[in-house]
Design a protein around this ligand. Structure first.
Ligand code: 5GP
Length: 182
């Protein structure tokens, strides 16, 4: 799953957990500093750049990319274990990472979450209060670039109404599980 920062991916994933059983959400490793309220091991594995390098070079990451000046990656083993257990594995990653995953696992489904509008995205990023004004501008610029990737995704979901968007996301995931029809 991808979408610009502030598009509401995190909220949608929380809603999804109430709707679809057997969903497991991967926890990424990142070199970014924790934001207030973020918890180690729940939101991210916060690691030093050297540790990230070690993980990446030893094949410990399924994919990784540099986003907004920090590195983010998906720990490989946990994902493989969960897939082996039959879980639906959700990765919240950027388009560079999504392409790497599609390459390694052609059976993966790419879902793009679109914010309602760029104005709304700005309001959400400013309202979140966790980024400086300069960081907000950088994320808005990055959002414009990221939106250009929507075309490579298997599904695009517009997040203007969280409940409706979560229903749509649940339907997509159900349809991909092979156990239930859309
Ligand atoms: P944030 O700093 O707001 O938590 O995340 C910024 C962006 O990093 C997210 O929108 C997401 O696209 C990307 N991201 C988070 N985790 C990963 C990851 O494991 N791999 C990749 N490629 N991107 C990630």
């Amino acid at each position: 799953m991808s979408g610009p920062s502030g598009a509401g991916k995190g909220t949608l994933v929380k809603e999804l957990l109430d709707r679809v059983p057997d969903v497991w959400v991967s926890v990424s490793a990142t070199t970014r500093a924790p934001r207030p309220g973020e918890v180690e091991g729940r939101d991210y594995l916060f690691v030093a750049p050297e540790r990230f390098e070690e993980l990446a070079s030893s094949g410990g990451l399924l994919e990784w990319a540099e986003v907004h000046g920090n590195r983010y990656g998906t720990p490989r083993e946990a994902v493989e274990d969960m897939v082996a257990e039959g879980k639906q594995v959700i990765l919240e990653i950027d388009p560079q990472g999504a392409l790497q995953v599609k390459d390694k696992r052609p059976d993966s489904i790419l879902i793009f979450i679109r914010p309602p509008s760029m104005d709304e995205l700005r309001r959400r990023l400013e309202g979140r209060g966790s980024e400086t004004p300069v960081q907000v501008e950088l994320r808005l610029q990055a959002a414009n670039t990221e939106m250009e990737f929507a075309g490579i995704y298997d599904f695009v979901i517009q997040n203007d109404d969280v409940s409706r968007a979560a229903d749509e996301l649940a339907a997509v995931i159900d349809s991909c599980s092979g156990t239930r029809e859309l």
